[in-house]
Write a protein that binds this ligand. Structure first.
Ligand code: THU
Length: 136
């Protein structure tokens, strides 16, 4: 699966986004180490805080199917600006793949390539907890 193909899988999810409140669809596609791709879109809610981002939908689908090793995530919106993952999604993904490759797209189909450790430097992860447990 090429980066362009993974981004196309993310963009294909834009049509399923449920965004009656923001009107801002987001699509995501998460490539697992074994080659499986899990996709997601944002799903909003009348109780606004109960909305969930596209990236976390994709990650939750993957983890709940037994996948924990991720090679790349593509995320995109339809706007002029690149659709970077929000802080909560960065933290959520950091748990499983602190150095994850991330493709960040925008409406014209172009995308940037970065990594999770660049987007979330010095992140809080399982090792942080483990190091405290050793000291206790
Ligand atoms: N959104 C995502 O799906 N992913 C992000 O990383 C940023 C924000 C969604 C949440 C909400 O449905 C809409 O975009 C506007 O914030």
């Amino acid at each position: 699966m090429t980066d362009t193909e993974l981004m196309a899988r993310a963009a294909a999810m834009l049509e399923y986004a449920y965004v009656p409140y923001s009107g801002f669809p987001v699509g995501a596609a998460l490539l697992c180490e074994d080659g499986t791709v899990y996709t997601g879109c944002n799903v909003e809610n009348a109780a606004y805080g109960s909305a969930i981002c596209a990236e976390r939908v994709a990650a939750l689908k993957a983890v709940s199917e037994g996948q924990r090793k991720f090679n790349a995530l593509a995320v995109t919106g339809r706007g002029d600006q690149y659709c970077f993952p929000c802080g909560a999604c960065r933290q959520f993904l950091y748990e499983f793949a602190p150095k994850l490759k991330i493709l960040v797209g925008r409406g014209d189909g172009t995308f940037l390539t970065t990594t999770l450790d660049r987007l979330l430097p010095n992140g809080f992860g399982p090792e942080t907890l483990a190091s405290a447990a050793q000291q206790a």
